[in-house]
Design a protein around this ligand. Structure first.
Ligand code: ADP
Ligand code: MG
Length: 313
């Protein structure tokens, strides 16, 4: 099915990887131009927003959402730190950061109390974005920390001790605007550390059957953490990922998520897109790998939405 540029422009978003490459390119270019034309300047949050990206289900888009929203915010002029808290180190891979066993990593901060500032690396092609990578050593931390005093506070302490985290008054102009913590697919001690450390939670939900299953358990854990360990934690942001506009299932799931969570859900859903899934194999986010693709534009839109809503409260 080949359509003219005019037809594509007037028909709204068609997020369809099966359309012809030419049609897709035209569509992407039109959207990218529209996008650039009405991009307002981004205000910085007054204090660093610490967001925990969690969902104990694997493969729902936690890492993809973390790296691309972080990259998009950096492209929008915000200073961002990503902390990879998954022993698989997928976020580190997507940023092209070395994460061989033994490399400086989140493990050193959690287990040995090293400073995050000494463990982070800048990301190529994304000024203002730093990453603390995760190595497979982190898998051991889950066990090694069990006998440690205040074992669920390790990450909070590390983040709060970072000289670039805090309010404008305390941390100055050089402060990070956002810290993202990419969690592993479980509700163990690593994720608990993240929930204790965070101000906000960002929950990606995959637009598929069973999407809401398991969320009850996640939200119960959040309530437990709020009651005992981190009263300020807020589920501020829910994003629907891998949305396939061609299926009724996807729109049904998205609608159900919206009915259930209301304003917490970003208006922008992230389409299923081949460009998004192939970017990590080039050590890149889709934001640099193919910035005009539908996936990149959606993540940019989602990042703007998050920034414009501001911190909750
Ligand atoms: P999680 O971190 O929750 O385990 P990932 O972000 O690693 O999930 O995503 C799981 C898989 O789905 C990965 O292979 C990723 O490339 C792919 N994926 C994620 N988002 C999209 C998308 N919008 N379009 C296509 N593939 C995606
Ligand atoms: Mg992941």
């Amino acid at each position: 099915m080949i359509r003219t540029a005019g037809e594509i422009a007037s028909s709204g978003p068609v997020l369809d990887d099966e359309s012809t490459p030419l049609a897709r390119m035209v569509e992407d270019t039109i959207r990218a131009r529209k996008e650039a034309a009405n991009r307002p300047p981004m205000p910085r949050p007054h204090s660093t927003r610490v967001l925990v990206v969690a969902n104990q289900k694997g493969g729902v888009g936690k890492t993809t959402t973390t790296v691309n929203i972080a990259a998009a915010l950096a492209q929008l002029g915000q200073s961002v730190l990503v902390i990879d808290l998954d022993p698989q180190g997928n976020a580190s891979t997507a940023f092209g950061i070395d994460h061989q066993r033994g490399a400086p990593s989140t493990y050193d901060a959690l287990v040995d109390g090293e400073s995050l500032a000494d463990l982070s690396s800048p990301v190529a092609d994304l000024p203002r974005l730093d990453v603390v990578p995760a190595t497979i050593d982190l898998a051991g931390a889950e066990i090694e920390l069990v006998s440690v005093v205040a074992r669920e506070n390790r990450l909070r302490r590390a983040i709060n001790a970072h000289p670039r985290v805090g309010s404008a008054e305390a941390a100055g102009d050089d402060r990070y605007d956002y810290v993202f913590v990419d969690c592993p697919p479980s509700l163990g001690l690593l994720t608990l550390n993240a929930l204790v450390a965070g101000d906000e939670m960002l929950i990606p939900i995959q637009a598929e059957y069973y999407a809401l299953e398991g969320l009850g358990q996640l939200l119960e854990t959040v309530e437990m953490v709020k009651a005992h360990l981190n009263p300020g934690l807020v589920v501020s942001t829910i994003v629907v990922t891998m949305y396939d506009a061609r299926t009724r299932l996807a729109s049904g799931v998205a609608q159900e998520v919206r009915e259930h969570f209301g304003d917490q859900v970003l208006k922008t859903s992230i389409p299923r897109s081949v460009r998004v899934s192939e970017a990590p194999s080039y050590g890149q986010t889709v934001m640099t790998y193919d910035p005009a693709s539908s996936g990149a534009l959606s993540y940019l839109e989602a990042a703007k939405e998050m920034a414009e809503r501001g911190a909750p409260r």
